[in-house]
Design a protein around this ligand. Sequence first.
Ligand SMILES: NC(=O)c1ccc[n+]([C@@H]2O[C@H](COP(=O)([O-])OP(=O)(O)OC[C@H]3O[C@@H](n4cnc5c(N)ncnc54)[C@H](O)[C@@H]3O)[C@@H](O)[C@H]2O)c1
Ligand SMILES: O=C(O)C(=O)C[C@]1(C(=O)O)C=C[C@@H](O)C=C1
Length: 361
Amino acid sequence: MSETSLTSLLTGPVEVVGTGLIGTSIALACRRAGLEVLLTDTTSDHVRTATGLGAGRARTAQDVPQLVVVAVPPDALGAVINQVLDTAGPETVVTDVGSVKAGPLAAVAGHPAISRYVGSHPMAGTEHSGPLSANAELFDGRPWAIVPGPDATSSATRVVEALALVCGAVPVHLSPVEHDRAVARTSHVPHLMASLVAGTLAGASPEHLALSGTGVRDVTRVAGGDPHLYSQIISGNATAVATLLAEVRDRLDLALEAVAAGDRAGLESLLAYGQAGTRAIPGKHGAAPQPMEAVRIALPDQPGGLARLFSDAGDSGVNIEDVRIDHDPGRPVGLVELDVVVGRAEELRAALESRGWVTHR
Ligand SMILES: NC(=O)c1ccc[n+]([C@@H]2O[C@H](COP(=O)([O-])OP(=O)(O)OC[C@H]3O[C@@H](n4cnc5c(N)ncnc54)[C@H](O)[C@@H]3O)[C@@H](O)[C@H]2O)c1
Ligand SMILES: O=C(O)C(=O)C[C@]1(C(=O)O)C=C[C@@H](O)C=C1
């Protein structure tokens, strides 16, 4: 089925249960596509905030959604999905966006409407929670796992795939077991590692922390996520996470030995293995990874500076793949790094310098 005909299967209304970061972002993306969106949350303030952001309206008892998206914390997923399957219309399809798929699927086992439940998981987020952090573009170009259990109908699966497409994501079909093994590697263990590294910064002296550059920020960003949420996610995928953690522990032991013994060759081989891992990560839209180059620009701390920089970079015709912004402690200037595909950096540098920007090599 073509992408356009799949997308047209989602006609709405779409109900979002749990109007936090992910639920409200999905609601906003559905509104962007012109769909009617109904909102439900146990915290009525979150529904009010999401409504104020233009994500939809509060659901009423008369509404009959075509699709219900359950976006509540992992520990609440099973009960909420069952409740939705109990009460939704006879044709309503139900999905959830939980980060682990085994738990929700086990929770609906034996439900008479199980054929209308299809688990899913958008692989996008931020380290923030709640509706105020939501944005309609969150899923653009990102993978979205479509994870039907053995009882799901293909028509229900297609509706959930249409949701991923409407939200701008790239659907990836996986079984629940494969999904949970995959996210242990691509999300849960990376999150734990980021937290362990970030923990070495807590309580460090301000003089040491003043030397925080982009490296430590890149490695630790996700550790800023809500510990209450991530402890639910990681313990919900305990077996797959523990297997990988044991592998990492073995390599950590090798790193300790190599560092202590001054074993340069051993260290280089560990670092090369890590480099191969970063190069294995696919590019946007699931494309082959593309090597990037950073263009570094000094940004005076003045209103409108960033907007002017983006506008000048846009005029250069070079596509910006990623952006990082860092503040230079003690100076009224920031450092912006614009990632572009290898081979285009010089062109962007020249275009920016010709407009008065100071770039760094
Ligand atoms: N944060 C991420 O990066 C990310 C990415 C993909 C998937 N997920 C998954 O999405 C789900 C939501 O995560 P989030 O980051 O949006 O969390 P969040 O805390 O921002 O939002 C959760 C929302 O659910 C509401 N809620 C809690 N219990 C409820 C219930 N019983 N009924 C109705 N509403 C209820 C809360 O009030 C809150 O508004 C989780 O299952 C998580 O695993 C998170
Ligand atoms: O970008 C982030 O902040 C995220 O951590 C998002 C992320 C991920 O690990 O990629 C986190 C958990 C989700 O289940 C899916 C996406």
